[in-house]
Design a protein. Structure first.
Length: 605
């Protein structure tokens, strides 16, 4: 039964104080610098455990479009381009196959916590109906491969390959693409789809390198050591003392699985997640209305409208995300549309406290030891951290072979030694130490600086942006960088259902490229186009500062530094952004298509 108690003003004040105290207990002066990237001597943590790179000749040819990244973003770009008749599409991917985050994250218990019927793209086009309301990761990875196959993206793809530079060749009016496997090829257009959370990160705990037992990151699961599959059966962990660092969305999924198979599990927690009801179940085509054409598109649009705070009569998905939509989008839509901010904030705080009380009551009901239950209670506003969902997580702590070690007072684990992990002066001896410590934010692709992009006149994209800040039109294109289309949230849109955003971006990229091909043009906005877009973003940017300032530290607020991570997104939400893009394609797309120099010279291509 749901316990929903509406708090009075006194309780609200007590909550505010408690939240402040808990935030201060966790705040660290080193912010995001507390983490260590998985390169150099820690490269072991990022190596691909699933695929041995195939020997192959370096490629030296010409394609129509190079797509950087073979996750859902890159696959959707490829599929939408194919639908527009583009022939030579080359996806370049670091992993050994398609799938992106679903290629890498194969840990036991991995599932998507967004409903499969809205998360999995191109269900209408592939006539596929997911079997579960929340799909196991392996089903999602297979669906990524299914789309890639349907649109024949495999034959030209390069796997286990990293793009190392992109350079615009003025004379050829094409990009030169180089990779770490010695490839140098030419592409008329480049689409970057490098993901937002793709590089595993480690905590900068002293002594990690001294640990004498076995260790790995959850996104590179070592089944050779643990045995078993994503469904469990890890016979290699029988009798072993296993430590897990991290209790985010990944930790919440993997910890109950480890509890089943390991000798003893120590969970090192710094901040507890909010863990709401999962209620996963098998679904039939009938349950989701999959007997009608366009059912998946309709369901996905319905979901996006609800989680974006748009008015919608029906809630087709009806789960923890849609029911908490008003808490997810913080100030949407009333504040965004110029409502009474004070009244909205007051109503929001009451709704938030009621929801968080309900979640804390869930911990109390589920965990038998009161001391452990107390430590598992989250003391911050909903969605300060990525909400998590599980019906097995809290129950795992009722087992005698699972121990919760709270590290908040010491700002996380103090030290790792050859024997194990040190917290509060106690050493927890371990055979295996698993890091569920998440991913660096905004460090993949162009924004990380690891993929240099040289545009007209050899100018580096990040050098230009370093001087003036990011400059784009709609987040996709930039002046001085012709025929380069970026996918991602930068000056674009975002939503919890990110594959929907990626699909709209793919549709847009394909439309731009098809129009440029039809007109013999290059795609390049003017500086005035960029100025107008940046002004539009800044003018209506909602003030989320107060929300992030009051939140417990995490990657949503730059580890407690009080501002949302990264450059801003379109302020009126994803639904409005998609409408804006649709209108722009109809009315204004021609503005950023310029005649190719070769066409102006009368030359052919
Ligand atoms: P997160 O970044 O969300 O969590 C990292 C965890 O490591 C946190 O609990 C963090 O604590 C902890 N941690 C970091 N440093 C230390 C330290 N020094 N000592 C102790 N603990 C430490 O990573 P996840 O992999 O869980 O999730 C990343 C993202 O991936 C999610 O936010 C979500 O977007 C996505 N995801 C989605 C899933 C889905 O079903 N759709 C499933 C899994 C992940 P603290 O909170 O205190 O910083």
């Amino acid at each position: 039964m749901t316990v929903r108690h509406i708090p009075d003003p006194e309780e609200l004040e007590a909550l505010r104080q408690r939240y402040r105290l808990e935030r201060e207990r966790r705040a660290r002066s080193d912010g995001a610098r507390q983490y260590r990237s998985t390169d150099a001597e820690f490269g072991y943590y990022a190596a691909d455990p699933y695929t041995e790179p195939a020997e192959r000749e370096a490629v030296r040819d010409t394609v129509d479009v190079a797509v950087v990244g073979g996750g859902f973003g890159g696959i959707l770009a490829g599929a939408r381009l194919r639908q527009r008749g583009v022939e030579r599409i080359r996806i370049v991917e670091q992993g050994g196959d398609f799938g992106g985050t679903w290629y890498w994250n194969r840990y036991p218990g991995v599932h998507c916590d967004i409903e499969s019927h809205v998360y999995l793209p191109m269900l209408d086009e592939t006539s596929h109906v997911p079997e579960w309301k929340y799909s196991p990761g392996e089903d999602i990875r297979r669906h990524a491969v299914r789309i890639a196959r349907k649109f024949s993206l495999g034959p030209d793809a390069l796997f286990s390959t990293t793009v190392t530079s992109l350079a615009w060749d003025e004379a050829a009016e094409a990009w030169t693409v180089t990779t770490d496997r010695g490839d140098t090829f030419r592409a008329t257009y480049v689409v970057t789809a490098t993901g937002t959370l793709s590089e595993p990160k480690l905590p900068g705990i002293p002594g990690i390198e001294d640990f004498a037992g076995h260790t790995f990151h959850t996104s590179r699961w070592d089944y050779a050591y643990t045995g078993g599959t994503p469904e469990g059966g890890m016979t290699g962990l029988a009798g072993k003392r296993v430590g897990v660092v991290g209790t985010g969305a990944t930790g919440v999924q993997v910890i109950p699985m480890l509890a089943e198979d390991a000798g003893h599990v120590h969970v090192f927690q710094r901040t507890p997640s909010t863990v709401d009801v999962r209620a996963n179940r098998r679904t039939t085509a009938r349950d989701v209305g999959a007997d009608r054409e366009g059912w998946a598109r309709e369901r996905r649009e319905n979901y996006l409208r609800i989680v974006s705070g748009e008015p919608e009569e029906r809630d087709l998905v009806a789960d923890g995300w849609t029911r908490s939509a008003v808490l997810l989008e913080k100030l949407l839509p009333s504040f965004r549309r110029g409502g009474d901010r004070k009244a909205f904030e007051a109503a929001y705080e009451v709704a938030d406290a009621a929801k968080m009380n309900e979640l804390r009551a869930r911990v109390e009901r589920s965990v038998t030891d009161p001391g452990t239950a107390e430590k598992l209670k989250p003391w911050y506003r909903y969605a300060c951290k990525r909400p998590a969902f599980s019906d097995a997580y809290y129950q795992a702590f009722n087992r005698s072979d699972v121990t919760l070690v709270d590290t908040a007072d010491t700002h996380g684990i103090e030290r790792v030694t050859a024997q194990g992990v040190v917290v509060g002066g106690t050493t927890y001896e371990l055979d295996c130490l698993i890091f569920a410590t998440g991913f660096s934010v905004g460090t993949s692709g162009i924004l990380s600086g690891k993929l240099p992009v040289h545009g007209r006149g050899g100018v580096q994209l990040l050098d230009r942006w370093g001087r003036e800040g990011p400059r784009t039109l709609h987040g996709f294109t930039s002046n001085g960088f012709p025929n380069l289309i970026q996918m991602g949230t930068l000056q674009n849109a975002s939503s919890v259902n990110f594959t929907h955003i990626l699909d709209e971006q793919a549709v847009h990229a394909a439309a731009l490229i098809a129009a440029a091909e039809a007109m013999g043009a290059v795609i390049e906005p003017s500086r005035a186009d960029e100025d107008a877009w940046i002004a539009a973003l800044a003018e209506d940017a909602p003030d989320h500062e107060w929300f992030h300032a009051e939140c417990t530290p995490g990657y949503y607020n730059r580890e407690g530094r009080g501002r949302p991570n990264g450059p801003f997104t379109y302020p009126h939400g994803a639904v409005a952004f998609h409408e804006l893009l649709g209108r722009w394609r109809e009315e204004s797309m021609g503005r950023i298509l310029r005649a190719r120099a070769s066409a102006a010279d009368g030359g052919g291509s």
